[in-house]
Design a protein around this ligand. Structure first.
Ligand code: PHB
Length: 375
């Protein structure tokens, strides 16, 4: 996304992708695009397939105490919505867009280290085609995820980490089954959280709260379907089942480093921050970061004005912390917390009832979920 935004400003870049094209185009990740993410993909000319295949949603449902409550987004947010479109589909569209520009995009190019971050010509050392090579550039955008070299290359003591671990994980299932409900369902239950989502009219995406160190082998398909039915089930409603196409465990973590910059390296997305998936913010936050960064880089090349680059971290972190709060709040409200403490459970139910009975509380959830225009 950043490479494309820079291209539109006439700025050259080299994209180094550690994995193969095949891998990144098929890895199942997030699936919910905020309104602003959709608008940006359209603005840069990459929204055509998204408009054809994306599933536009006007709300979500919250389920607790045997009932489902719909939160209607457009009426609560002045017409904003979300679109369900797999992250790997966004990646496919971005790759196709990049290839059309003719500018470099290298797959299986693994960055090994970043050097001379404090000078005018920082370098990336990377492996490609069995050789170690060096790339000198004006700026480095560290968009290499939470395990990448960018954050690791910043000298010790510069970045301050903020972190929260949660005592649970998600078991995720992708199944060849038509979605069982129009909308996503976030279900709070005494047995733990469950989520019904989808990828297409024939593919359902489902999640279950499990133990943090859960063993995937303990979850044969039958057990997973059975547990999903118990947590999501309602009178007169059945969960569609089908062949399980993929199954995996996702850890839950909140993490931020400050600042998101050191010298000539600018961190974006998971390289700088992680959110638990309950608020569907991860990919959207990465897109929001690079939008700010692309503007700052554009201004710097046009006029030599460094002020946007200097402000990048502060500006990006405002949205990051808003999303960190929202994701933590959704996670805390919807999961069975350690040991099933009855006081916690009463507070969660009180909060869920408030969100589902007060338009003002519902509007707060809705505007965060569809993505805030300003933070
Ligand atoms: C998904 O469809 O993968 C999904 C949807 C909503 C979430 C998290 C994941 O909050």
């Amino acid at each position: 996304m950043l490479a494309h935004l820079l291209h539109l400003e006439g700025i050259d870049s080299v994209v180094l992708e550690a994995r193969s094209r095949e891998y990144v185009e098929h890895r199942v990740r997030a699936g919910v695009l905020e309104q602003g993410t959709v608008d940006l993909l359209r603005e840069i000319g990459l929204g055509e397939r998204l408009d054809r295949e994306g599933l536009v949603h006007d709300g979500i449902e919250l389920q607790f105490a045997g009932e489902r409550h719909r939160i209607d987004f457009p009426s609560l947010t002045g017409g904003r919505r979300i679109t369900v479109y797999g992250q790997q589909e966004v990646v496919k569209d971005l790759i196709a867009g990049r290839l059309q520009t003719g500018r470099p995009l290298l797959f299986e190019a693994e960055a090994v280290a970043l050097d001379e971050l404090e000078g005018d010509a920082p370098a990336i050392r990377f492996r490609h085609d069995g050789e170690e090579r060096e790339l000198r550039c004006d700026l480095i955008a560290g968009c290499d995820g939470s395990h990448g070299v960018s954050r690791e290359s910043v000298p010790a003591g510069v970045l301050r980490p903020f972190e929260r671990e949660y005592p649970f994980a998600w078991l995720g299932i992708l199944a060849a089954a038509p979605p069982s409900n129009e909308e996503l369902i976030y279900a709070y239950s005494e047995r733990g959280f469950a989520l019904h989502s989808m990828r297409s009219p024939t593919v359902t995406r489902l999640y279950l709260q499990v133990e943090p160190d859960e063993d995937l082998d303990e979850w044969p398909d039958d057990r997973a379907w059975n547990e999903l039915e118990r947590r999501l089930g309602m009178e007169g409603w059945t969960l569609n089942t089908g062949e399980v196409l993929e199954k995996g465990i996702t850890g839950m973590r909140s993490f931020v480093v400050e600042p998101m910059q050191h010298g000539r390296v600018f961190l974006a997305g998971d390289a700088a921050h992680i959110v638990p998936p309950t608020g569907a913010k991860g990919m959207n936050l990465a897109v929001a970061d690079v939008r700010v960064l692309a503007d700052a880089i554009g201004a710097w090349y046009r006029s030599g004005d460094e002020s946007g680059l200097d402000r990048y971290s502060d500006v990006a972190l405002r949205r990051v912390w808003r999303a960190e709060h929202f994701s933590w709040w959704m996670t805390s409200m919807l999961h069975r917390l350690g040991g099933g403490d009855p006081f916690d459970a009463k507070l969660q139910l009180a909060q869920l009832r408030y969100v589902c009975s007060s338009d003002k509380a519902a509007a707060s959830l809705a505007e965060n979920y569809v993505g805030l225009e300003t933070v």
